[in-house]
Design a binder for this molecule. Structure first.
Ligand SMILES: *Cc1c(COP(=O)(O)O)cnc(C)c1O
Length: 380
């Protein structure tokens, strides 16, 4: 079935009551029934946990539903977590590589790698093809993020997959910025897909969640077992909210993708109108390498970045906007901008990250253009 249908029905098999909308379950523990009376060390497999909740740290009714829906969306075995970084920590803990190849991208993933380095001497390497070919070995992990934070530009997944696999290493992709149907990383040879579901799957800036997807059922089962003891399953209320959000995921991501692409092309076409203010525009839609279009077959990601002429302009710009609010994070139905220097110590000080929402695109374009024009006037 197609994505839009799966989003609404993939979890029908978990129905426990006649309610059309799955109830919010706050229970942490569930009554045993006759058929459940098998001692833990006599159980041959733990798949029963996927059908019958016992204790909510293991699984609960809405976490099971979310996993069923996300398994369809991501075309693999989805394992859900309390947030994106919990998913990343779980991935590193499970694969336990000797070496990690990591580059640009979400700073939180790098901080988790630093914890592994501090505690277990994880060796960190630059994310470059030559570096992988020279230093990677069996069981090492290569971590790419594409499209990448905060620019929204793309890296060649297949090139990294080929280098990684030639050394027996594992390729993990953080695909948060372009969930399906925009990008399907399996087509390019990745081994693990990670998403911060806080962003587009959640989509309403009101929940934290994360997900790993793998192709191998056994690996998924081991990740779920680890998760019991890491204590990082998604919480009851968040699972309900995420499930509700997923119903409309496809329409949201498509509108956000189209809006962002139109706004970017407006800015490029009218760049000379904003002289002295708008310096650079960064987005996958502006890249000319053939792999970019192949990877983003379903549309470009809804995040892009601009650079302005000065720090002072970056300070003022967010205050001149009305549709776009000034806040960190991304992926919600509401458009946001962020002067990245506020939260990222390494970024160039004149960069504004833009997360495009589902508002009317003409309103967004007018708002953005007005703010740039006002800044231009202020300068003269
Ligand atoms: C937000 C984000 C994360 C971290 O996810 P949380 O849900 O905030 O823990 C990881 N990767 C990317 C690309 C993100 O944008």
């Amino acid at each position: 079935m197609s994505l839009s249908t799966e989003l609404v029905h993939a979890d029908d098999k978990h129905n426990r009551v006649t309610d059309i909308v799955s109830p919010i379950n706050v229970a942490t523990t569930f009554r045993y029934e006759e058929v459940d009376l098998i001692p833990w060390n006599e159980r041959e497999d733990f798949s029963v946990l996927e059908k019958k909740p016992i204790y909510s740290r293991l699984a609960h009714p809405n976490s099971l539903r979310v996993e069923s829906v996300l398994s369809k969306v991501l075309e693999g075995e989805a394992v859900v977590y309390a947030n994106g970084l919990a998913a990343y920590f779980a991935m590193l803990t499970y694969y336990n590589p000797k070496r990690l190849f990591i580059g640009e991208g979400y700073h939180g993933c790098r901080s988790i790698a630093d914890i592994h380095t501090r505690n277990w001497n994880l060796e960190q390497h630059k994310l470059e093809i030559d570096e992988i070919l020279q230093h990677a070995g069996k069981g090492d992990v290569v971590h790419i993020e594409t499209p990448v934070n905060p620019y929204g530009t793309s890296f060649d997944i297949k090139a990294f997959a080929d280098a990684t696999h030639s050394k027996g290493a594992i390729l993990v992709i953080d695909s948060t910025f372009a969930p399906p149907p925009l990008q399907n990383p399996w087509d390019f040879g990745v081994d693990v897909i990670l998403h911060s579901a806080t962003k587009y799957f959640g989509g309403h800036s009101d929940l934290l969640a994360g997900v790993l997807a793998v192709k191998d059922k056994e690996v998924a089962s081991k990740l779920r077992t680890d998760r019991i003891y890491l204590g990082t399953n998604i919480a009851n209320l968040e699972a309900f909210l995420l499930l509700r959000s997923l119903r409309t995921f496809e329409m949201r991501i498509q509108t956000q993708s189209e809006n962002a692409t139109k706004l970017v092309s407006y800015l490029i076409e009218h760049k000379s109108d904003f002289e002295g203010v708008l310096e650079g525009v960064f987005h996958s839609s502006l890249q000319t390498e053939p792999f970019v279009k192949e990877q983003l077959k379903g549309g470009y990601g809804p995040v892009f970045a601009v650079t302005l002429n000065s720090k002072e302009q970056c300070r003022k710009f967010p205050q001149l906007l009305t549709c776009f609010q000034h806040a960190t994070s991304l992926g919600g139905v509401e458009s946001l901008v962020e002067w990245r220097a506020l939260t990222d110590p390494y970024i160039i000080p004149t960069l504004i990250r833009v997360s495009v929402g589902v508002e009317n695109v003409d309103d967004l374009i007018k708002d953005f253009a007005n703010a740039l024009k006002t800044l231009q006037g202020a300068k003269n």
